[in-house]
Design a protein around this ligand. Structure first.
Ligand SMILES: N[C@@H](CCC(=O)N[C@@H](CS)C(=O)NCC(=O)O)C(=O)O
Length: 216
C-alpha cells in the first residue's frame, strides 16, 4: 500500500497529517509551501487542479477535500480513532466535522484570503473585520463543545481524532487574526493535550507548528 499526503504547514491538512501520524501507518508526507504559492505551480496543479491542500494519494487514487479524505482514512485505518466507529456518536461527530468544514473553515478564509471573495480592497478590509468577529464566535462555540467533555476527553470520542486536530487548527488560526487563544480555556486545554501527544512530534517538527502565534 502506498500512501502520500500533500500538506501545507499550519493549513487544514494538519488534520489528516496528524491522523496518519497518530495511526502509525506508513505514509509519505509531501510539503507544499503555500506562502510560496506552490499550490498554483504546474507540478502541483497536475496533481490537484483545484490548487489546494490536503491531497491524499493512495495506490494511485488522488483525493482532495478534507472530509472525503478523513472518511477515506477512517475506512482504511479503522483502529486509528479518526472518528467514532458507529451509532449516534459517529453521526454527531460527522455533524460537527461538516460544520467545521463548511462554516468555521470558510469564515477564516474570509479573514486570511479575502481576495478569494472580492478584488475590491475596501471590501476585503470589511470582510476581514466582519469575519474576525464571526470567527471569535465560532471559537467560543468550539470552546463550549470542549467544556462539555468529561475530564481529559476528546471531541472525537475515546481517542484524539479528527475533530480535535481541526479544533486545534482553528484555535491557532485565530491567533493569526489576533484572537487570543488562551481566552478559550477548555479549547486551549484540549489543544495543548493534543499538541503534547508524544506520537505527534514528527508532524509538529515537519510543520514547525506553534500553538499561539501571538507570542512569537
Ligand atoms: N474545501 C477544501 C478547502 C481546502 C483549503 O481551503 N485548503 C487551503 C489550506 S487550509 C489551501 O490549500 N489554500 C491555498 C489556496 O487556496 O490557495 C477542503 O475541505 O479540503
Amino acid at each position: 500500500m502506498s500512501l502520500k499526503l500533500y500538506f501545507g504547514p499550519g493549513a487544514c491538512s494538519f488534520v489528516p497529517h496528524a491522523m496518519l501520524q497518530l495511526s502509525g501507518a506508513e505514509f509519505e508526507p509531501e510539503m507544499v509551501k503555500l506562502h510560496k504559492n506552490e499550490q498554483g505551480g504546474e507540478a502541483f496543479l497536475a496533481i490537484n487542479p483545484r490548487a489546494q491542500v490536503p491531497v491524499l494519494v493512495h495506490d494511485g487514487m488522488v483525493l482532495d477535500q478534507l472530509v472525503a479524505i478523513l472518511l477515506y482514512l477512517d475506512d482504511l485505518l479503522p483502529d486509528a480513532g479518526i472518528l467514532p466507529g458507529s451509532g449516534p456518536a459517529r453521526t454527531k461527530a460527522l455533524q460537527t466535522l461538516m460544520w467545521m468544514n463548511n462554516t468555521v473553515h470558510p469564515t477564516f478564509t474570509h479573514i486570511f484570503m479575502p481576495f478569494k471573495y472580492t478584488d475590491n480592497e475596501a471590501a476585503q478590509a470589511e470582510l476581514r473585520r466582519f469575519n474576525t468577529r464571526l470567527f471569535q464566535q465560532r471559537l467560543t462555540e468550539i470552546d463550549a463543545l470542549c467544556a462539555a467533555l468529561p475530564d481529559a476527553g476528546w471531541l472525537s470520542g475515546d481517542k484524539p481524532g479528527a475533530l480535535d486536530a481541526y479544533a486545534l487548527t482553528f484555535m491557532r488560526w485565530g491567533s493569526i487574526a489576533k484572537i487570543d487563544p488562551t481566552q478559550f480555556k477548555s479549547l486551549w486545554a484540549l489543544a495543548n493535550r493534543f499538541y503534547d501527544l508524544p506520537a505527534l512530534k514528527p508532524v509538529l517538527e515537519r510543520e514547525r507548528l506553534q500553538l499561539n502565534l501571538m507570542v512569537a
